[in-house]
Design a protein around this ligand. Structure first.
Ligand SMILES: [Mn+2]
Length: 229
C-alpha cells in the first residue's frame, strides 16, 4: 500500500575518488555538510568512494569517521576502484550508521527506520562478464526499494567490450523505485521503461561537480534533484 510509505530524502553520490589527491578530497566535507542538513535522511554512495588500493588506511578510517558524524544511514556499494574494500584482508572499523554491501552475489539491506530497502552487487571483477544488474531481487512490500549499481549502461551485450555492463533491459526489468548508478562522471538520466535510473555524476574533481537529492514522498512520488557543488 502506497500509504504506508514514508517521506524520505536521500543524497545519492558516487565516484568521489578519495585519495587520488587532485581536487578531490575537499569534497567529502561538502557532501557531509549536505547530508547533515535536517531534511536529508541518509546517504547512498554508488561506488568509487576511494580511488585505489594504495589509499592509506588512515584515509579510510578518517573517511568513515567523518561519515559517522552525520549519524544518518549511509550505504556504500564498492565500485571498481574500491579494491581496498573488496580485495583487502583489513577490516576497517566503521561507525554503526555505515553499511557496506560486500556480498559478491548481491546484498539487500533494510533500513527500517527510513522504510527503505537497498540492494546492490559490488564490483569484484571489473570485466565485461560481470553484470551488476543481471539478477535483481523482488520488491519488498510497504517500503521503498532502491537498487544501487556501479557500471556502464550499454544498449546491448552484442559485441560489448565494456566492463561491468548494465543493459537498458536490465534496468527496465528492475522492480524498484529508483536505481542509483555510479561509474560515469556526469549527471545523467537513463531512460529504461518505467524505471527511474540516474548517474549522480561526481561531486569532486575539476569538471562539473554534481550529486542528487532524491525525494521519496509517501504519496509514491519520486523526484530527482540535481545539485551542483
Ligand atoms: Mn568506476
Amino acid at each position: 500500500m502506497a500509504t504506508r510509505l514514508k517521506d524520505v530524502t536521500l543524497v545519492h553520490t558516487s565516484d568521489v575518488h578519495l585519495g587520488s589527491g587532485y581536487h578531490y578530497d575537499e569534497y567529502l566535507e561538502k557532501i557531509i555538510a549536505i547530508v547533515q542538513s535536517p531534511e536529508v535522511d541518509g546517504l547512498l554512495i554508488a561506488g568509487d568512494l576511494f580511488d585505489n588500493k594504495e589509499v592509506s588506511h588512515k584515509t579510510v578510517v578518517d573517511t568513515f569517521e567523518k561519515l559517522g558524524t552525520t549519524n544518518k544511514p549511509t550505504v556504500i556499494l564498492p565500485g571498481n576502484h574500491d579494491t581496498l574494500l573488496t580485495h583487502s584482508d583489513v577490516k576497517f572499523p566503521a561507525p554503526s550508521n555505515i553499511h557496506i554491501l560486500l556480498d559478491p552475489e548481491g546484498e539487500s539491506l533494510l533500513l527500517s527506520e527510513l522504510g527503505v530497502n537497498v540492494w546492490g552487487k559490488p564490483v569484484y571483477n571489473h570485466t565485461p562478464e560481470f553484470r551488476p544488474m543481471e539478477q535483481t531481487p523482488h520488491q519488498i512490500e510497504d517500503v521503498w526499494n532502491i537498487f544501487m549499481a556501479h557500471g556502464m549502461v550499454v544498449n546491448s551485450l552484442e559485441n560489448n567490450l565494456r566492463s561491468s555492463p548494465i543493459t537498458i533491459e536490465d534496468l527496465a526489468q528492475a522492480n524498484c523505485d529508483y536505481v542509483a548508478l555510479g561509474h560515469v562522471h556526469a549527471f545523467r538520466q537513463i531512460i529504461a521503461g518505467e524505471t527511474v535510473a540516474y548517474y549522480s555524476g561526481t561531486p569532486s574533481g575539476i569538471y562539473e561537480k554534481t550529486l542528487i537529492k532524491l525525494r521519496l514522498e509517501s504519496s509514491g512520488k519520486v523526484s530527482v534533484n540535481r545539485m551542483d557543488l
